[in-house]
Design a protein around this ligand. Sequence first.
Ligand SMILES: Nc1nc2c(ncn2[C@@H]2O[C@H](COP(=O)(O)OP(=O)(O)OP(=O)(O)O)[C@@H](O)[C@H]2O)c(=O)[nH]1
Ligand SMILES: [Mg+2]
Length: 626
Amino acid sequence: MAEKVRIYQLAKDLGLDTKDMLALLDDIGIEYKSHASSLEADVADTIRQLAAQEAQARAAAQASAEAVAANGAVDAATGPAAEQAAQAVAQTAQAAEQTAHAAGQTAQRAAEQAAAAQAAAASLPQRAPVVTVMGHVDHGKTSLLDYIRKTRVAEREAGGITQHIGAYQAETPSGVVTFLDTPGHEAFTAIRQRGANATDIAVIVVAADDSIMPQTREAIAHAKAAKVPIIVAINKIDLPQADPDKAMRDLMQVELVPEAFGGDTVVVPVSAITGQGVDDLLEMLSLVAEVEDLRADPEAEAEGVVIESVLDKRAGVLVTVLMQQGTVRVGDYLVCGEVWGKIRRLTDHTGATVKDAGPSVPVQVLGFSEVPIAGEHVMAVSDEASAKRITSERRSMREETERAEIGRKGLTLADLFGKKKVTTVNLILRADTQGSLEALKGVLEKEAAATDEVDLELMLAEVGAPTESDLLLASTGDATILAFGVTPAASVVKSAERQKIPLKTYRIIYELIEDVQRMIRGQIEPEYAERVIGHAEVRMVIHVPRSGNIAGSYVTDGVVRRGAKARLARDGREVYKGSIAQLRRFKDDVREVASGFECGINLQNYDNVQEGDVIEVYEMVEVPAA
Ligand SMILES: Nc1nc2c(ncn2[C@@H]2O[C@H](COP(=O)(O)OP(=O)(O)OP(=O)(O)O)[C@@H](O)[C@H]2O)c(=O)[nH]1
Ligand SMILES: [Mg+2]
């Protein structure tokens, strides 16, 4: 046996649970990073021997136990000896107890509690792993989930872009898995972060024809920050231009070393179109999930996280939650940040109405009257009174801190004399979900920070379609209304047209961002740059009584123009900067003199011109904003 072998493979060969195998490695002090790490051949052999010995020992123990049971009479004869032994054990135990006392009772109690908690946790029922699929835009996250779920969601999305998180459950050969889909667009950092935080395992999708892209890096960073195991799916391997090997090599740049290169990152090549490799991916997921040993108490107080919240025109506020422990039931009261609701209806990911939802089961809740913030912690409370009390306490606490901040800030000298921004662009933002809204706010903040000359002011940012009252606000603030993923009522559109209030609707996030960039550019004052139009050499200084000194010059290149800006260079140094006040050919005032001609130049407010000076003539031209 000269071959290296991966831990989970060895466990499988020996008929052990991967978890037990890891425990065994821990016991004998062998370091590894994950179940996918490779073991050296000699280490693997040692493990095989140990496993064999253990199996033998177990068999022997069983045999002797049977023997003892069979010969109950032997007990009597060995009585005194056994008693002595028991006494010795008791003494040792006493000594040990005293040592423990000396070491401190608290430590002992803590250890006992931890052990008890562990024992209790181990007896809890298992829950489905929550797998978040992340990666760069269009790398095939939604398609991959579609393949797994055998449904088609990608086609229904506007522009084929996942605008917000989706939560689904899929039946796989090794059990139910909860999947969270996330968007790849850069605007959705917050959603990816939220996804990574609500997750047990991250699947990073990398398209084989595109390799690692900015949002791939970002997704990996989120997964690493959340300290969750990462599995890489190299997708689109069916494409002729696919280069999965390049993607593998590129993974090293982001410190994910594939197993094939001696590392321990599980990389699975897949195609969401043909389904190739998808089974391998699911097997890897179940292996990792098995090692993680995910358990939750369905009877505990219900607690979880808001995955997304939508204001639907007909259905009202719809909130997708994922419980991490406990079970939510129709009629329960839920509190989430500063909002609460009584569950009127629960809908599972297939759209079916359900009575309850336990840990790891994504479910849509109808019953909130306000839109909670996605990513927020959610918990069940016993009754309406507690729900109201908790939310109102939270609200007043926040308001208090806000007031304190304003008080502390005051007015600074910089506020009074600091660099004034040129203009403010007022915006009213409307979006379909809290997640999109946050994403858009994030991008707009970035855009505003990128320019010193324009301030973006968000007068209002809300979930739901624009209303008449938005129009009122827009007209007082001269604001533009940007609606993303929501359709304003026809009456609102008409009213906006009548009042000439710009109201734009978007389905695709890039388009909204581009428009905002255009609005910013439109506000920026044009920049000017110098453009040299000609040079003249001073050949002779002519003194004219009333006009002062005139530079008798020869235009060496370009043109000299009356009124144009000019600078005077003497021995290569600039000695004057101003403009051309008067330009003459012979006795006549002229507007312009071209190269190769002589002329008299009178510089504005400058008399000290000397023979040999060079006059550079230039204009200021507008530079289009970048
Ligand atoms: N040939 C091929 N095309 C794929 C594969 N997976 C996805 N695609 C195509 O790639 C495009 C993008 O797929 P999506 O699943 O919408 O990508 P996504 O990663 O969810 O994109 P966002 O949600 O916008 O970040 C679609 O046109 C898919 O048909 C694949 O394995 N092979
Ligand atoms: Mg998608």
